[in-house]
Design a protein around this ligand. Structure first.
Ligand SMILES: [Zn+2]
Ligand SMILES: [Zn+2]
Length: 252
């Protein structure tokens, strides 16, 4: 119920049919706050049509934004970019989420050394220089470490292995890549516009990402098969591979 932003990468049922019940639940349980939905152009029409024909109007403001490939979307402390992927010709977008760089860590020992009074320290931490009672100027970089690089996360959505994912994910902290099949079913992956775990591993290796998180496993596989997905991707990718499961939290 805390979710207030949703991105829909393409209009296949397994990626957006859950939106209606979610809106309905939010209507009942969380009146009054806004929901931002970012998705392909046709999603707006679908949402309007559902509202019109069912007479179910959400009890809060729903803001829709169409995915635009060339534009960066500013969402709080994140920048979001979209790029087209290769999903059997179906309009589908991958997503790149960049966290803004954070200021460096404040070093109290350095502040002590320079004799910065406690009351002035928060000013330095906010990025402003201060003048000490004796007239000396202390700049933020005198007491702060180097800026900390924000994390970058890329999600492939549903796709064959493709160059657009590799270039978006170059050097990313984590790539969430679909792996619908193991490589023994590569023909099926090609036919349906999906990837195998081995192919996802190759994409991650080419992009030089720090972590690969596999998801979107075909329903033919069981929980106990997930280790095989990790092993297969690890044959061609040197970083950490995680087969995602519901409610998994990964620290970047
Ligand atoms: Zn799909
Ligand atoms: Zn899918």
């Amino acid at each position: 119920m805390k979710i207030d932003k949703v991105v829909i990468t393409h209009l296949h049922g397994d990626h957006f049919f859950g939106l209606m019940p979610m809106i309905q639940s939010l209507s009942i349980l969380r009146k009054g706050s806004e929901l931002l939905i970012v998705g392909p152009r046709d999603l707006r029409r679908i949402l309007e049509e559902v509202e019109e024909r069912t007479g179910s109007k959400p009890q809060f403001k729903v803001v829709f934004r169409e995915i635009e490939v060339s534009k960066e979307l500013e969402l709080g402390k994140f920048t979001v970019q979209f790029f087209p992927v290769d999903h059997a010709g179906f309009e589908t977008y991958g997503v790149k989420i960049k966290e803004r760089d954070r200021p460096g860590k404040f070093d109290p020992a350095k502040a002590d050394e320079l004799g910065v009074p406690l009351v002035l320290r928060s000013v330095l931490q906010k990025g402003f220089s201060v003048k000490l009672p004796d007239g000396r100027i202390v700049r933020p970089r005198d007491v702060m470490g180097p800026p900390r690089k924000g994390a970058t996360l890329v999600y492939s959505s549903d796709t064959r292995p493709t160059e657009s994912v590799i270039s978006a994910a170059r050097g990313a902290d984590a790539l969430i890549h679909e792996a619908t099949y193991l490589d023994e079913l590569r023909d099926r992956a090609v036919a349906t516009g999906h990837s195998t775990a081995l192919e996802a591993g190759k994409v991650a290796e080419a992009a030089g990402v720090k972590k690969l998180i596999l998801t979107h496993f075909s329903a033919r596989y069981r929980e106990e098969d997930l280790a095989r997905f990790e092993e297969e991707a690890s044959k061609v990718y040197g970083g950490e591979v995680i087969a995602a499961r519901d409610f998994l939290i990964v620290d970047l």
